[in-house]
Design a protein around this ligand. Structure first.
Ligand code: PMV
Length: 359
């Protein structure tokens, strides 16, 4: 591996990484290992909701592993998470101890919209680190395998250690994380793209994130995952997720939109029912979450359109729809759903874009 001396111009790398929305949810970790999922999950990347990160690598002078800024401004509240991530990946990336990382990051979606930014953030950070690693190996073409992984797998692997769901943000096609018979090459260590083409009826969907609550979640995802230990329904849930993963991959390959919708909505409600049945129990949905779900069901019943909802670990609703009915859907959003959104806020995104190198 190349060593930089103090006279060498620094390495600077930047990536833009999308957020993603899970269709079959990761909820619960395997015991042992670092952040391994109790069941496989699958997601669409949200290309229009992304984090942009630039890392500058300097020879380490002071005993400082990194300096973090958010859009150029110091952000001390983010530092413990980054410090903990860099400590966790230290054995995978021993070169880190020779350098100080100047990390600047920002999201293109507003802060305080209740949208999980950790997937995009850890995704972008890990892409930069995996790229720097290749440059230190003198491989500008990013072709060297590290630990038996190609560049995208390695980026996914590192990001998983920061935030499990982040590892699914590396791919344009639906990303699968966790071992499953549904798709070749699947792994608990990193995400892979679905191993076949997605049917045209499910390959151009979009997402409107309806902001019901823009505050901090009352229970973090980290705490939520932990509540699956000794949860009375955990084993049943993990088995159901396994089955749903197989079912959704088959519906995506065959274009079975009805079955796709049923699995996506059932997964969202199962995620929240696990929260409501843990000890301590909690509810992240708000009255307007349910009002939106009911409006979507009513509209689907009347129109017969290919639309559905899903939920993250929060109150906001992801309204998913086939891109070819965008105008109808946006009229419905503006005429019917806007009243349930906090300060009329919503965010729109395409699905299925991969990260971009920016520097
Ligand atoms: O990646 P984490 O630890 O923030 O967990 C994310 C969990 C969900 O967003 C609720 C589901 C998922 O698969 O993304």
């Amino acid at each position: 591996m190349r060593q930089m001396d103090n006279n060498v111009t620094s390495i600077r790398v930047g990536y833009q990484c999308p957020s993603n929305i899970a269709l079959v949810k990761y909820w619960g970790k395997k015991n042992g290992g670092v952040q391994l999922p109790a069941n496989p999950s699958i997601s669409w990347s949200l290309g229009d909701l992304y984090a942009s990160t630039v890392i500058e690598l300097l020879p380490r002078n002071l005993d400082q592993a990194f300096v973090f800024t958010l859009a150029g401004e110091p952000k001390p509240s983010f530092e413990p998470k980054i410090a903990s991530f860099l400590t966790k990946i230290a054995s995978d990336c021993p070169w880190l101890s020779d350098y100080t990382l100047l990390i600047d990051s920002q999201n293109n979606f507003p802060h305080g919209t209740g949208i999980a930014s950790s997937a995009a953030g850890f995704g972008a950070l890990s892409l930069c680190l995996a790229h720097i690693e290749q440059l230190l190996l003198d491989d500008a073409s990013l072709q060297t395998e590290v630990g038996g992984m190609n560049f995208w797998q390695r980026s996914s692997y590192l990001s998983r250690i920061g935030s499990g769901s982040a590892c699914r943000s590396m791919f344009a096609k639906p990303a699968i994380w966790g071992e499953t018979p549904a798709s070749n090459g699947s792994s608990d260590l990193f995400a892979v793209e679905i191993d076949a083409d997605v049917h045209p009826s499910l390959s151009d969907w979009k997402d409107v994130v309806l902001i019901v609550d823009d505050g901090e979640k009352s229970v973090s995802s980290t705490a939520g995952h932990a509540l699956l230990t000794n949860h009375p329904y955990a084993e049943a849930r993990f088995g159901q997720a396994q089955k749903n993963l197989v079912g959704i991959v088959s519906s995506m390959k065959n274009g079975d939109v009805k079955s796709f919708i049923e699995i996506v909505e059932s997964e969202a409600l199962q995620l929240h029912s696990m929260m409501m049945t843990s000890i301590p129990y909690y509810v992240l949905m708000r009255p307007n979450t349910l009002a939106i779900i009911e409006e979507i069901w009513r509209f689907r019943e009347q129109s017969g359109l290919s639309i559905c909802f899903t939920l993250d670990a929060g109150a906001n609703v992801h309204f998913l729809y086939d891109g070819n009915i965008e105008e109808t859907v946006m009229n419905f959003v503006n005429n019917t759903l806007l009243q349930y959104c906090k300060n009329g806020q919503y965010l729109c995104s395409d699905t299925g874009k991969r990260p971009n190198q920016t520097v």
